[in-house]
Design a protein. Structure first.
Length: 529
């Protein structure tokens, strides 16, 4: 896989150009105090700078309040340290998309932005300054149930949890939206308190996002995603800190008025992330294919979900690598998407008319995780996940800290074709246990699986379960694996369709029983050594 970056000549030429042309917003009427609305002065600086061939639009130290501003080609917005650009709290300063629904972004895209640019080239946002959305929220009764988490909401309601959540107040502004940009560079800036998605980059090529800091309220910041990459090619995100309500870094392909753009050649590295939804995510909007994606060297802490892929709209997602990650997850309020689970990779249908997509060639390597929810890998009926590889993964499972319990197994694989697990360590935290806990590893409808160097046991709360549970699985090899202290049954096999199961060269002295077979199992198709 070869990933191309923006040519060095781009950055050199822009630097040379900027040295020749600097447009200070204060020279165009902005005074840098919060009691002035500076929209027209900022826009004038951008327009004049563009008319001169491009350059830097400079924000000296100060406070600037603005409605929507429109970028132009060959422009760098540079906010000096001490400079803050605030989104106006007057909804009349923005185009308000009346039909926009934050929980239905697939078909009702937001058109309300602070910084906007489309069909441009050579655009940068840089500096040590801050862009602040001034988001305000209210805690009120649940208006509608989100279908994606309907089951979770019903569990919460039955558990006696108050059916309330946070809602953002108008204007529901997206801080930065840049679409179809050739050569985009965003570096060192701080983005905070966004009322909606914070940094949204769509259908762009040769993109660098580096050293950016993003913050929103972890309890109230619904839909305040950190970085959303929406189609495009050759995109590189690195050295960022994102602490946000909703997803931290999310790759997707939205409906885009019926013209979704594919996404390929993306790297995300060296980031520190906190998310009340999913820290590193692909989907759920998945109307065009996504491929050749690497997430590497990231620390995920205090998050509702660590890593995930969600295909709901028919796209193919393939050639994805998650590597060298530290993940710490814990359960959040029921309204957030996540179970306190380290991993979730699923193919679903958004609605009855949606196409069924796919996930292929997924690699998860060198991961240390703690979680409270079940990590899930699940295909769709007739569309299994294909070629799933886990290597050198360690997961410790803790009791959920909320009343609405959801967790069962540590890892669960459903409807998979070709599953390869090598060196997987699982542990249950025994300080607090849950009665619903079951197996360390559950495989359902998996065809062609290889499990090597696994360590684990069944839940400490139940001797009726097994460390590994197979149901309707075919062509499975379990070798060189170890039963931990307290294991009742190491391998349990159920389902009339289970066949060609091989258990060999394992270390099962600490298991009371090696294998337990269901009544409908053909023993001739099971090989135990």
């Amino acid at each position: 896989m070869i990933l191309k970056t923006a040519p060095l000549s781009f950055f050199v030429s822009i630097s040379t150009l900027q040295a020749q042309n600097i447009c200070n917003v204060k020279d165009f009427g902005a005074i840098g105090t919060k009691n002035q609305k500076a929209t027209s002065f900022i826009q004038k600086a951008i327009d004049v700078c563009a008319e001169k061939g491009g350059g830097i639009v400079l924000f000296p130290s100060g406070e600037y309040v603005s409605g929507q501003i429109n970028l132009k080609s060959n422009i760098t917005l540079h906010l000096e340290a001490g400079a803050t650009l605030f989104a106006s709290q007057d909804k009349n300063d923005f185009f308000i998309s009346e039909n926009y629904q934050a929980d239905n972004q697939a078909k009702t895209p937001n058109k309300t932005f602070l910084i906007f640019g489309e069909n441009l080239q050579n655009v940068s946002i840089t500096g040590k300054g801050t862009i602040d959305g001034q988001a305000e929220h209210e805690w009120s009764d649940l208006i509608t149930i989100d279908n994606f988490i309907r089951e979770e909401t019903e569990i919460a309601q039955k558990s006696g949890i108050e059916m309330k959540r946070a809602y953002v107040k108008e204007p529901k502004v997206r801080l930065v939206y840049l679409h179809n940009i050739q050569n985009l560079h965003i570096e060192n800036i701080t983005l905070q308190r966004s009322p909606d998605w914070t940094l949204h980059i769509g259908a762009s090529e040769h993109v660098v996002v580096k050293g950016v800091r993003i913050f929103s309220d972890l309890n109230y910041g619904v839909n305040a995603d950190g970085i959303d990459i929406d189609g495009g090619k050759n995109i590189h995100i690195s050295d960022c800190t994102v602490e946000t309500g909703d997803d931290a870094i999310c790759l997707k392909t939205t409906y885009n008025n019926g013209n979704p753009v594919a996404l390929e050649n993306v790297t995300v590295s060296n980031c520190a992330l906190v998310s009340t939804s999913c820290a590193l995510k692909i989907g759920t909007e998945s109307y065009a294919d996504m491929k050749n994606i690497i997430f590497n060297n990231c620390i995920i802490s205090n998050s509702n979900r660590g890593i995930g892929i969600f295909v709901r709209d028919g796209a193919s997602v393939e050639n994805v690598l998650f590597s060298n990650l530290i993940i710490e997850c814990n359960r959040k309020h029921f309204n957030w998407w996540g179970d306190g689970d380290a991993m979730r990779f699923v193919v679903l249908k958004r609605n009855a008319d949606s196409k069924v997509g796919s996930i292929k060639n997924l690699h998860i390597i060198n991961v240390v995780a703690r979680q409270e929810g079940t990590s899930l890998f699940a295909g769709f009926e007739g569309k299994p996940l294909e070629n799933i590889y886990l290597q050198n993964v360690q997961i410790t499972h803790f009791a959920e800290r909320t009343a609405d319990k959801r967790s069962t197994d540590i890892l669960r694989f459903e409807t998979i074709q070709n599953l390869n697990i090598h060196s997987l360590q699982t542990n249950w935290n025994k300080n607090a246990v849950e009665p619903k806990w079951k197996s360390a590893l559950a495989l359902l409808n998996v065809k062609k699986g290889f499990i090597s160097c696994f360590e684990g046991s069944q839940s400490p709360s139940s001797s009726q379960q097994a460390a590994i549970r197979l149901e309707n699985c075919k062509d499975i090899i379990v070798e060189r694996s170890r039963a931990l202290e307290g294991t009742a049954v190491f391998l349990q096999i159920n389902g009339a369709n289970s066949s060609n199961i091989v258990l060999e060269d394992n270390y099962l002295e600490k298991a009371l029983r090696k294998v337990e077979l269901g009544n409908n199992i053909n023993k001739k198709l099971i090989k135990i050594e």
